[in-house]
Design a protein around this ligand. Sequence first.
Ligand code: TYC
Length: 103
Amino acid sequence: KASPKGSVALKSRTERKTQRPRMYRVLLHNDDYTPMEFVVRLLQTLFHKNEAEATAIMLHVHNHGIGVAGVYTHEIAETKVAQVHMLARQQECPLMASMEPEE
Ligand code: TYC
């Protein structure tokens, strides 16, 4: 649909929905056994955070019980959750991840 200042502003809700996928938060859950350094490294390697960001997210999860590792489309979010579980099980850590839709 044509609009004076770009194609997004005047589009209807249904039109927008067809071009913008629903996004999902990948959540990390706290536990008492997974080493802090393991969570920080996982946030750097799987979620592309720098060391400061990764440390802040890890500490948020440690202190609040849950936190957002990243926001992705459904298929990518599912893959991230599976990768967290695979790496955690390899290291025999109980680390848990889940996903929830934004909004
Ligand atoms: N609570 C863990 C510890 O004290 C660290 C931790 C942080 C574990 C985040 C899981 O998602 C997590 N070693």
